[in-house]
Design a protein around this ligand. Structure first.
Ligand SMILES: C[S@@+](CC[C@H](N)C(=O)[O-])C[C@H]1O[C@@H](n2cnc3c(N)ncnc32)[C@H](O)[C@@H]1O
Length: 261
């Protein structure tokens, strides 16, 4: 087990006020609704490291506005943990393909409703740790409550910012990031924080929708800003080395990368 601690663990109580939501879209997280500038401050990691030049936000429409507008975690859970969502239906096979060892330190980046968080906690076992990461307090609070109800004690929750995961450097064996990377508003600086958080030789497993002109559905092309090849180029530019693509999913690409030893 890696003795990992986090730079910032922040769980601010989620609002209990009723939330009025638009009718559910046909997809898990589509339908971005407004365009304005993000306001996350630079992270602790970003300010410690050699500052990267400011990068433009490539997410043209504010894809996370819907998560800011609705803190109804149970409503999101119904969308994320429903039959027909590929990463839900194949969740056990996905976790098996990650080849996690007992005692590992694993980050679930973008926990959402916790579809994977508790399964990852089971895979690392009592001597391992899962870091549940999200930018939204209400998702963190929701998954923390689920873990408490299930008696799971090896999850530490980390409040991320759009420019940093806020994970400690060289603290992880595996970063798992499922249906999240296309939501990251400053991918280059954010990837630098994920790369820094891995031990040399540590791995990053990325699952995201396949957006390819000519084959993907219109909502995917509207919603996901890059193709698998373009995302791969971003990961390789950040220093990651492509290792394998488990053949498991059809609507999503599933890539595993490594930080060189
Ligand atoms: C579509 S949900 C996916 C949740 C979960 N991984 C799953 O597959 O069910 C996207 C999640 O990413 C989170 N998110 C967006 N930007 C993020 C960032 N920069 N760092 C961490 N989480 C982020 C959102 O708050 C939301 O919980």
């Amino acid at each position: 087990m890696r003795g990992a601690a986090v730079l910032l663990v922040s769980l601010i109580g989620c609002s209990s006020a009723p939330v009025v939501r638009e009718p559910a879209p046909s997809t898990d997280d589509a339908v971005p609704s407004q365009a304005d500038a993000p306001s996350d401050p630079p992270s602790a990691i970003a300010s410690q490291a050699e500052p990267l030049p400011e990068e433009p936000n490539p997410v043209a429409v504010r894809i996370n506005a819907k998560y800011e507008a609705s803190d109804d975690a149970r409503g999101w859970e119904k969308r994320f943990e429903r039959q027909g969502r590929e990463v839900h239906d194949k969740r056990e096979a996905v976790v098996a393909a990650l080849k996690i060892s007992p005692g590992d330190a694993v980050a679930d980046v973008g926990v959402g409703s916790g579809l994977y968080t508790l399964r990852l906690a089971e895979a690392v076992g009592p001597t391992g740790t899962v870091f549940g990461v999200d930018v939204q307090d209400y998702f963190l609070a929701h998954v923390e409550a689920k873990a408490k109800d299930a008696g799971v004690e090896n999850i530490t929750f980390v409040k991320a910012a759009q420019r940093s995961s806020n994970l400690n450097p060289a603290s992880l064996d595996l970063v798992f990031i499922c249906d999240v990377f296309h939501h990251v508003e400053y991918p280059r600086t954010y990837l630098a924080s994920l790369y820094a958080a891995l031990e040399p030789g540590g791995r990053m497993a990325v699952i995201d929708y396949i957006a390819e002109e000519g084959t993907s559905e219109a909502w995917v092309l509207d919603h996901v800003r890059a193709s698998p090849a373009e995302f791969r180029a971003e990961f390789e530019a950040a220093g990651f080395v492509f290792v394998e693509a488990p053949e498991l999913l059809e609507e999503n690409f599933f890539h595993i990368y490594q930080k060189p030893k």
